[in-house]
Design a protein around this ligand. Structure first.
Ligand SMILES: Cc1ncc(COP(=O)(O)O)c(C=O)c1O
Length: 473
């Protein structure tokens, strides 16, 4: 017999009451988010102490939810300008509740019927919207890092058993590409960083020479990985030129479009990913530029069946040996049990249609332009480079500052802003120089929010500079 405790944990009446209260709380939160600081800052130790105490108190779920909200950075706050995680469309988050409760798993069709069918529909629809090749296919997986690794496993599989394999990638690519190379056991020489131009785009004209050197050193080049875009600066590698080189040398072209592949939907910026349909594989995070909760990634293959080459394994308890059909996704994905990721996208498509995604990517790209203009107009600040999309890097400058002190000062500015919490920006180091970095992920950020942040950075920089001259450096 189930115990009383088990009965309570599964009680539909309690679920109904808690669920209604939670949705009310979250809707109030969304309505009133601007009355909070964007980033209620706390140190790791303070947070740990707080949640240890909360566990000890044994509060009701209502209080736990309230505390979690209060102690979170607020992505729906229009002054949130931090890392590349999107404030999810509420309907997508709601879909997660249903998916979590049903919890059907997605390894095989028998277990995840609705999710599997929706996944195929969503992948097909996005392959069309992104104007990929008519032969394209793919699946959803948990994160850009895993999608990039999976794509590279496919690249390797296509090459049979390559001797001392290696790949070429932008020196500023996301670290997960290097991690994938290490996981595959290719060693330090398995990743060749291609030098970049002043905008940090891969210099495609040097690739022939790099490939010749690699071959002369006994390596087998397997793939070129293009970034669309890079994480730190939002720079797009030239995909058509990369596709030309890859074709000429018989290499797999993978595009890490985790952040910016979705820009294909923006008519004004589509040119940034010209040639995307020629990539052998493409990773695209819906949780970065397509409005779903983390983590939801599409992995697309130019020739859909390539995905079946990756993991050729027997698992008699799960996968029927004779069945090579599309519907048992575990054949292709690294994951066995997987969340019903597709519902997050499916509901947005059925309710709002694809125009929602077009509106979103266009809006955040425009915000990138707006921020770049405001930075240019400020005599205290300088842009790293004109942004391609919604990632903008800039820094405080002053004639009296050398590189080291400018880096130190910009680090202090960012720390001060983080502690103040009214806005949330991050930082990155490019070739030894520290830049403040913003990702415009919130479609409701306005020019006023951006101006307030720019002014705060300038004011803080000037105050610190004044303090520095008072105390004599
Ligand atoms: C270009 C790029 N690739 C891959 C990743 C990793 O994606 P995920 O965090 O979904 O694993 C990121 C994350 O920032 C990214 O910007």
């Amino acid at each position: 017999m189930p115990t009383d405790l088990l009965r309570r944990a599964y009680d539909p009446a309690e679920f109904r009451q808690l669920g209604h209260a939670l949705i009310d709380r979250l809707a109030d939160y969304l309505e009133g988010v601007e009355s909070r600081p964007a980033n209620p800052y706390a140190t790791p130790d303070k947070s740990l102490e707080h949640f240890r105490q909360l566990l000890a108190d044994g509060p009701a779920p209502e209080r736990v939810f309230a505390e979690v909200i209060d102690h979170s950075v607020h992505l729906h706050h229009p002054a949130y300008l931090g890392h590349q995680v999107v404030p999810p469309a509420p309907l997508s988050a709601l879909s997660d509740v249903a998916a979590s409760l049903l919890n059907t798993g997605m390894a095989i069709f028998e277990m995840g019927r609705a999710g599997t069918a929706m996944e195929r529909v969503v992948v097909e629809r996005f392959a069309e919207l992104l104007e990929l090749a008519p032969t394209a296919g793919g699946f959803l997986t948990s994160g850009g890092s895993l999608a990039n690794l999976t794509a590279l496993l496919a690249a390797r599989a296509v090459h049979g058993e390559p001797v001392r394999p290696c790949l070429l990638v932008n020196e500023h690519a996301h670290y997960c590409v290097e991690r994938a190379v290490r996981i595959m056991g290719w060693g330090d020489a398995g990743i060749i960083h291609v030098p970049t131009d002043a905008h940090l785009r891969m210099r495609t004209e040097v690739i022939d020479g790099i490939l010749a050197d690699a071959r002369a050193a006994g390596r087998t080049p397997v793939a070129i990985v293009g970034s669309a875009c890079t994480t730190a600066t939002g720079t797009y590698d030239p995909i058509s030129a990369l596709a030309d080189v890859a074709e000429r040398h018989g290499l797999w072209l993978h595009i890490d479009g985790a952040h910016g592949g979705a820009i294909r939907l923006d008519p004004g910026r589509r040119h940034l990913v010209d040639g995307l349909e020629r990539a052998d594989s493409l990773a695209l995070d819906f949780h970065k530029m397509l409005m779903t909760p983390a983590i939801t990634t599409g992995l697309f293959f130019r020739r859909g069946p390539d995905a079946y080459r990756i993991f050729r394994q027997r698992a008699d308890y799960l996968l029927a040996a004779a069945d090579d059909g599309w519907s048992d996704i575990a054949r292709r994905s690294f994951e066995c049990t997987k969340r019903m990721l597709s519902l997050r996208i499916f509901t947005l498509l059925t309710t709002y249609g694809p125009q929602l995604f077009v509106d979103y990517v266009t809006r955040v790209g425009d915000l990138g332009e707006t921020l770049a203009r405001l930075v240019r107009q400020s005599p205290d600040l300088e842009l790293f480079t004109h942004p391609d999309v919604n990632i903008v890097c800039f820094r405080f400058r002053h004639a009296s500052l050398d590189e080291e002190s400018r880096n130190g000062l910009n680090g202090l500015i960012r720390a001060r802003l983080t502690e103040a919490g009214q806005t949330y920006i991050v930082q990155t180091t490019i070739d030894g120089s520290l830049y403040l970095r913003c990702t415009l992920t919130n479609a409701f950020t306005t020019e006023d929010h951006l101006r307030a942040m720019v002014e705060e950075v300038s004011r803080t920089g000037r105050e610190m500079l004044a303090l520095r001259s008072t105390i004599g450096h």
